[in-house]
Design a protein around this ligand. Sequence first.
Ligand code: SME
Length: 137
Amino acid sequence: ESPSADTNAKLEKICHLLDQEIPYYNWTGFYFKNGDKDELVLGPYVGAPTDHTVIPFGKGICGQVAISNEAFVVPDVHEQDNYLSCSVDTKAEIVVPIIKDGENIGQIDIDSHQLNPFTDEDRELLEWLCEKVAGIL
Ligand code: SME
């Protein structure tokens, strides 16, 4: 299910906050499962527009997280075969699932223009955030 307009406004604020506060977060957005379909649709985001507004499960880093239900930290996107490029500037990516009532309903996706910028602290921050986000969905 897509979040309500009110929830989307909150998610957009979260994107802006992360984008402003963390210099190596250069594209920050949410994807959500599209109803009963095995695909993700782009929700609120901050950063350059992307061609990847719909991502089938299994495709790219996002599509893999839709299936694995685990955070995926990619220090160097050029090392990944199953990767969907949004921007030539992107060097690294982190995707963390949003689990609500045991179900993987979406994710936060962050791209960085720096190589290998994401630490355990980033992953833990975003896992904490995704738990909070699940609570308002
Ligand atoms: N790179 C992602 C696609 C989404 S863009 O980063 C916004 C992927 O491989 O799934």
